[in-house]
Design a protein around this ligand. Structure first.
Ligand SMILES: Cc1ncc(COP(=O)(O)O)c(C=O)c1O
Length: 381
């Protein structure tokens, strides 16, 4: 597969894409959704399923589980056991089921901001409280505040890990993950490890699953999905993995109560095809995104007042705009209204003074977006 597959992506204007809801005059670089077609294997599997015109209730199967096990063994050297895998309609559905089954109302749940905004809403919508232990920002990098985390782990029963970390794009090192596992074990805390961006790292810098750490299997739940890497978020499909039977069964029951444990007619075939036959696509995609990232970082850093916080994962760039405008909501609204560019306001992730820019689009689209960014920032000043 060569880069023309991504360069020649079909235009989504006027389609059902939420990313394009502002219409043709706004260039969308906000939501974590790529403008690329999915892998040919996924497209083919969906077409084949669609050709059989009965879409009744779907039975769970082993084929997707075997595909997941094989993928993680091939690509990450992990030996997962298929009997410990659970289907869920989405990572957030899994998180909600975890919150409801493993914590109580009013209990504090740990996150490290800036972090994916929906974690806050899942915690709050289930009546739990956010215990935020902000990441430390240092020399254009982020790291965990282990001193503060040590205290927080004594007060809570659940830690939400974003690995790699959205929005800062950080690939956590194995030593950092091992420290989290040690803290979890010491304090009886469960780690919900959201690894949905795991396949979207620079080719030279693969991420480490939390399950690579010895002891993680006793305290952790892995929540993952092919929806980000294969651009199939419109097909609700994901999985949960835990080797701790008590944790797994509690969450499984809750997924059932919440009606999030039932696949639709495309969920399992798409997941199976992605993990079974998607490696070539992923390799090419990662190259393409890495090349976009390098070009975008160079361009953005040449715009006076902007600085990309340089990370290696996800297709989302985390940009410090505080020397242009500390109120990133105001700046992102201005870019949307006056420059025709839709970026994400960092404040929603508790990352005030930053904007998040999605570069998972054909290079020409990205270049046009960055032109609008430059013009918008210049006129804002
Ligand atoms: C870190 C993270 N987790 C979860 C999700 C959403 O996952 P799902 O659509 O499977 O609920 C996103 C989407 O952007 C995300 O960035």
């Amino acid at each position: 597969m060569d880069k023309s597959y991504f360069d020649n992506a079909p235009c989504r204007v006027g389609s059902d894409a939420v990313k394009y809801y502002r219409g043709k005059d706004v260039l969308p670089m906000w939501i974590a959704d790529m403008d690329f077609p999915t892998a040919p294997s996924v497209e083919e599997a969906i077409k084949q399923r669609a050709a059989f015109p009965i879409f009744g209730y779907v039975n769970d199967n082993d084929a997707w589980k075997e595909a997941v096990v094989s993928f993680f063994s091939r690509n990450h050297g992990l030996s997962l056991k298929k009997e410990n895998l659970l289907f869920s309609t989405g990572v957030l559905a899994s998180l909600t089921a975890t919150l409801l089954s493993l914590t109580s109302i009013e209990e504090e749940v740990i996150v490290c901001s800036p972090i994916y905004n929906c974690f806050f809403s899942c915690i709050e919508h289930t009546g739990r409280k956010v215990l935020d232990v902000p990441l430390l920002e240092e020399e254009n990098d982020y790291r965990f505040d282990f001193v503060a985390l040590e205290k927080a782990f004594k007060r809570s029963r659940l830690f939400i890990l974003c690995n790699p970390h959205n929005p800062v794009g950080k690939v956590w090192e194995k030593e950092e993950l091992a420290k989290l596992v040690a803290l979890a074990k010491e304090n009886g805390v469960v780690i919900f490890s959201d690894e949905i961006h795991g396949e979207l790292t620079a080719p030279s810098h693969p991420y480490h699953s939390l399950f690579e750490v010895k002891g993680a299997k006793e305290v952790a739940l892995l929540a993952d999905s092919p929806t980000k890497a294969f651009n199939i978020a419109g097909i609700q499909t994901s999985f949960l993995y835990s080797e701790n039977q008590l944790i797994r069964e509690a969450v499984e029951r809750q997924l059932g109560y919440d009606d999030c444990a039932e696949p639709n007619s495309f969920s399992l075939v798409a997941m199976e095809a992605a993990y079974k036959e998607g490696d070539e696509y992923l390799d090419a995609l990662r190259e393409y995104i890495a090349s976009n990232r390098i070009a975008a970082i160079k361009e953005i850093n040449s715009i006076p007042g902007l600085q990309v916080v340089g990370m290696d994962a996800t297709y989302l760039l985390w940009v410090d705009c505080s020397s242009v405008e500390k109120d990133s909501r105001k700046l992102s609204c201005y870019l949307l209204e006056k420059a025709g560019l839709f970026v994400s306001d960092g404040a929603q992730y508790r990352g005030e003074g930053h904007i998040r820019i999605n570069v998972a689009c054909p290079r020409v689209t990205m270049e046009e977006g960055l032109k609008r960014l430059r013009k918008g920032i210049e006129s804002y000043k």
